[in-house]
Design a protein around this ligand. Structure first.
Ligand SMILES: Cc1cc2nc3c(=O)[nH]c(=O)nc-3n(C[C@H](O)[C@H](O)[C@H](O)COP(=O)(O)OP(=O)(O)OC[C@H]3O[C@@H](n4cnc5c(N)ncnc54)[C@H](O)[C@@H]3O)c2cc1C
Length: 551
């Protein structure tokens, strides 16, 4: 990716065809599609890329078995179509970045024969809806096979499990891979660049955006022929900046996850808890050497805080523990995530869990703003395709074919299943480090490792117990626009997901690398370290967890 300085210069000086506002899954998808169709594109995000919902997901590339059940029970054709198109998108998402996304087996444990039949028929329907895009056929597993694959399940009364397939991915790194691919195709991407207002032509159509660069504090004007609003839960604000007469459309809902050490529930398969007290499902999935448990679905109110709260943690454990041989406790959690789903309101619908996760492209005739609302990570490519088709129509051109179905993302070129083993051998790396580098950077791991020619000490782990090496910190600052300690530890290297305490341990090192690469003075470094430390301590305190590694 070009340096942030060059990106600011381009954003300020060039006239773009399209300016995409929002650098989550939806916005990065739109930017890539637009740039690959030959339009000069600018991508702006108010914070870091993927810093909102797009790094807080359950990390599933899926159609949604629960949505299929809802569609069948309520004869909802719209929801059925949404599941079907998500299942097709699943295939492209896995194929375009195999280092970041892979098929997994999900087990639904059953404690009665009637439930076994119900879930098996349901999963066979899920296979059938996927058609050619199906990953593996679903099947019934005996009690013995189920316990062999999931030894942590409660055995008492267990009849077996229904196994089905879906995808899993690394959401934050997937977003960054899309941004990198976009930038390498000639696009300009800029994080920490908030759109504050729009300028207009005499006919009322948008001509430019006033943008605040949070890194320098400066404001600039970004000019484009069309503006795309892909700001997730921020969509209403941007819509109203463009046209104050518009009504609000968004109905955000909060979802949280907790992460536990994998030995608390060993095995390689994901668990689907088929029924919660509020009629949903939750997942416990092995992810990045941890067990990811989630999620909740709560309407956003003025009191909502973007942090995992005790009652939310207790809720998750209350749903999961009846299925476990040894119950999990809140105190065993090592990290967590909180995010807001950008759901679109539906008339007469009360619960956010019932809202359909479909997307909608909205054209505001007054300002010409095109907003892409709703959707989910799995359908981000299709959402982008629909949006850029609408943009081209608005520009008076017939939509050209979207090139993103078979567009390999950065790190996927030359990647294969043996890549981690090759890294391990050629660079004499510990197996866990090679696996981590391969899984986060794909073949771009070679570029990370090239930095060792500059300083061999960057081979060292960022802190004991995590497979992250120091060279990754340098790489992410130089080539991935990491501007803060959180950018480095939460989204670029994933240290924060290995554990909040591990993140605290790496904070001083991350601060030092940022200070050196960005020529910060010691006061700037101290503020960065203090801010991030306070944030992570806040997360630990909220759940009543101890502060030190191994305490
Ligand atoms: C708890 C949870 C679990 C989920 N699980 C899954 C799952 O397993 N699978 C799946 O497919 N989907 C899942 N989703 C849904 C998925 O994560 C979201 O649909 C998707 O990430 C939304 O992406 P987005 O780009 O629309 O929004 P966001 O990721 O929220 O991005 C919007 C961006 O716009 C920026 N922005 C806002 N205002 C401005 C402005 N004025 N100027 C510039 N930038 C601005 C923000 O900084 C932000 O980065 C889940 C969501 C949640 C919350």
């Amino acid at each position: 990716m070009e340096s942030r300085k060059d990106a600011v210069k381009a954003a300020t000086q060039q006239q773009f065809d399209i300016c995409v506002v929002g650098g989550g899954a939806t916005g990065t998808g739109c930017a890539l599609d637009s740039q690959l169709r030959g339009m000069r594109t600018l991508l702006l995000d108010a914070g870091d890329f993927a810093s909102a919902a797009s790094s807080a997901s359950t990390k599933l590339v899926h159609g949604g078995v629960r949505y299929l059940e809802q569609a069948v029970k309520s004869f909802n054709l719209e929801e059925y179509r949404m599941v079907k198109s998500a299942l097709h998108e699943r295939r492209y998402m896995l194929a375009n970045a195999p280092h970041l996304a892979h098929p997994s087996h999900f087990l639904v444990p059953v404690y009665s024969w009637s439930k076994a039949l119900y879930y098996l028929v349901g999963m066979k329907m899920y296979d059938a809806v996927a058609g050619k895009s199906n990953l593996f056929p679903s099947s019934f597993l005996s009690r013995e096979e189920t316990l062999r694959r999931m030894p942590g399940l409660k055995a008492e009364g267990l009849r077996g499990a229904v196994a089905y397939s879906d995808g899993q991915f690394d959401d934050a790194r997937y977003d960054l891979a899309v941004v990198t691919t976009f930038a390498e195709a000639g696009g300009t991407a800029l994080n920490y660049a908030r759109v504050l207002a729009f300028e207009r032509y005499p006919d009322g159509k948008l001509s430019a955006a006033n943008v605040r660069d949070a890194v320098s504090g400066a404001e600039f004007v970004a000019r484009a022929r069309k503006f795309v609003n892909a700001t997730g839960t921020g969509a209403d604000k941007v819509r109203m900046l463009a046209n104050p007469q518009l009504d609000s459309r968004m109905r955000p809902s909060k979802g949280v996850h907790l992460l536990f050490p994998t030995d608390t529930f060993p095995g390689n398969d994901a668990l689907l808890v088929p029924h919660t007290e509020d009629g949903r499902v939750i997942f416990a999935v092995p992810w990045q050497e941890r067990l990811l448990v989630g999620t909740t679905d709560d309407e956003v109110t003025p009191a909502t805080r973007m942090i995992v709260q005790k009652d939310e943690a207790e809720y998750l454990l209350r749903q999961l523990n009846p299925y476990l041989k040894t119950p999990l406790h809140r105190e065993q959690a090592v990290s967590g995530l909180a995010g807001l789903r950008p759901l679109v309101a539906a008339q007469g619908e009360t619960a956010t869990s019932k809202l359909i996760r479909d997307h909608e492209v909205e054209l505001d005739k007054v300002s010409g703003l095109i907003s892409i609302l709703g959707g989910k990570w799995t359908t981000h490519r299709l959402m982008a395709q629909d949006t850029i088709d609408a943009v081209q129509r608005e520009l008076g051109q017939p939509p050209s074919p979207s090139p993103t179905r078979q567009q390999l993302l950065a790190g996927a070129e030359g990647f294969d299943a043996n890549f981690a083993t090759k890294l391990e051998k050629e660079y004499a790396l510990p197996a866990d480090v090679a696996r981590h580098l391969s899984g986060k950077f794909g073949t771009r791991a070679l570029k990370v490792l090239q930095l060792l020619n500059e300083n061999t000490e960057w081979r060292s782990r960022a802190t004991a117990g995590v497979p992250v090496i120091q060279a990754e910190l340098v790489y992410s600052i130089r080539f991935e626009m990491a501007e803060t300690i959180e950018d480095l530890l939460a989204r670029r290297t994933g240290v924060q997901m290995y554990g909040w305490r591990e993140a605290l341990a790496v904070t001083p090192t991350a601060g030092k690398f940022l200070a050196r690469e960005k020529s910060w003075n010691s006061a700037q470094e101290a503020v960065a370290v203090e801010e991030y430390t306070a944030k992570i301590r806040g997360f630990l305190n909220e759940l009543g967890l101890s502060q030190g590694v191994g305490t």
